[in-house]
Design a protein around this ligand. Structure first.
Ligand code: SAJ
Length: 426
């Protein structure tokens, strides 16, 4: 089986490598020359658990290659980004560009699968584009004839940090333009997926993906809203959540400094943009989660201003725990805004960073290690729940001013807990 994966990013590269491991001949196509070179040398340009070993193995065996040029294949998987514009309108330009490239080598019998998170109706647009570019091929769902090609939507659902495990173990939703398309795509996923593969139509599969991330966003928004109310009420939100979650039908997620990454903070907008009138909850959840970042900045600034002689440790830059991904990270936003305001008082601790990102340029803030921060800083602002931060013993932080936005130190003495410094300030 020959497979082409278009887009060698966080989803495309692990997917290409896993398919290559099944014995298929895989070509990864990417527009960035450095990514193509890196993969061809058996290396990876992204950090993901166990990915380096897998890629070096399949490249050495010759089952995975990368190129900027597409080649004919039996199955084409599109895994390119679908960003949004300033008005939150989804941009499916990269998907259509990928389809245009695939059209140049497409032949009867091939299967085209879209994995990128996409607005409802995108797979049909891919079908229409292929029909327009290749009038010699019968596309599915247009006429009663048996089509020459199959087209399906199968969203990725993997969690960064667990991608290789979840690519195999998660259930997959496979939406065909027609049931026959779904069946063809199913045969492909059965090669490497251990989870259940459930078939449906393309529109339902597209909406399912958006629904999953909107669900999580709405639930995190609930936790973030709760944390603000708890601050007003002078109650420990983490304790309230622990207690409420003892109810058999309550399962509240964790508040934090906002929602980061490129999925949960993006995908709900695809639903809002498609039907603004009927999405007040989803839209408000997005706004609540975005506003939490500014709330944390304001609160942290009050603590820092109230203790003008104390150096400040900002713990974490990543968008979530135990990964090196700083894109769309609320922690990075909070600490860089504080750095620009409070300059060399800010000491950033991020074990996954070698240098401070550009947002800190000119601020005077420094990147330091955890031990030095504990020794030097009287104020600690916890922004990421990395495991290394959790293990700081209470004797080393109990006397400091702590604003713990992730609730990693439940034993912090209550007078200095995350809820308390505001009272000390006011
Ligand atoms: N977060 C909280 N509180 C929580 C959980 C998460 O503040 O209780 C924050 C995180 O710190 C992070 C953000 O939300 O900033 C998103 O993190 P995440 O772990 O919830 O999700 P992602 O973005 O890493 O991956 C999500 C996953 N979707 C769902 O869990 C429904 C993943 O399965 C998807 O494949 C991925 O989006 C994607 O690519 O769409």
């Amino acid at each position: 089986l020959a497979v082409v994966v278009v887009g060698l990013g966080y989803i495309g590269l692990p997917t290409a490598a896993i398919i290559a491991r099944t014995g298929a001949m895989v070509l990864g196509v990417d527009v960035t020359p450095s990514i193509v070179d890196t993969v061809n040398s058996g290396k990876v340009h992204i950090e993901e658990v166990d990915l380096d070993g897998l890629v070096s193995g399949v490249v050495a065996r010759g089952s995975l290659r990368a190129s900027m040029q597409i080649e004919p294949a039996d199955v084409f998987v599109i895994a390119v980004p679908t960003p949004f514009a300033d008005d939150h309108a989804p941009n499916i330009g990269y998907v259509l560009q990928a389809a245009t490239t695939i059209a140049t080598v497409l032949k009867a019998g091939d299967t085209v699968i879209l994995e990128s998170t996409s607005p409802v109706g995108t797979t049909e647009k891919v079908r229409d584009l292929l029909a327009e570019l290749r009038p010699d091929l019968k596309v599915p769902g247009k006429t009663g004839d048996i089509p020459d090609i199959a087209i399906a939507y199968c969203p990725e659902r993997v969690l960064p940090g667990r991608i290789l495990v979840e690519l195999i173990d998660n259930d997959r939703v496979i939406g065909g333009i027609t049931p026959r398309c779904a069946r063809k795509a199913l045969g492909f996923y059965k090669r490497f997926v251990r989870g259940a593969c459930v078939t449906t139509n393309a529109r339902a599969a597209e909406m399912t993906k958006l629904t999953e991330n909107a669900f999580r966003d709405v639930n995190i928004a609930f936790a973030n809203e709760l944390s603000r109310v708890a601050d007003t009420m002078e109650v420990d939100v983490w304790e309230v959540i622990r207690l409420a979650n003892r109810h058999p039908r309550v399962n509240i997620l964790s508040p934090g400094p906002g929602v980061g990454g490129h999925c949960i903070a993006v995908d709900p907008w695809f639903l809002v943009h498609a039907d603004r009138e009927n999405t007040p909850l989803i839209r408000t959840a997005r706004e609540v989660n975005d506003a939490k970042v500014d709330y944390v900045i304001a609160r942290a600034a009050l603590i820092i201003e109230a203790h003008p002689t104390l150096p400040v440790a900002c713990l974490g830059l990543a968008f979530k725990a135990n990964i090196d991904d700083f894109r769309e990270s609320p922690a990075l936003k909070v600490s860089s805004v504080l750095a620009q305001r409070f300059g060399d008082r800010i000491h950033v601790v991020e074990p996954y960073a070698d240098v401070l990102p550009a947002a800190f340029d000119g601020s005077g803030a420094t990147l330091t290690d955890l031990d030095a921060a504990i020794e030097q800083c009287g104020i600690m602002i916890v922004l990421v729940d990395h495991d290394v931060f959790k293990s700081v013993p209470v004797d080393e932080r109990g006397s400091k001013y702590v604003y713990d936005t992730r609730g990693i130190w439940p034993d912090q003495p209550s007078l200095r807990s995350h809820g308390e410094p505001l009272r000390l300030v006011s």
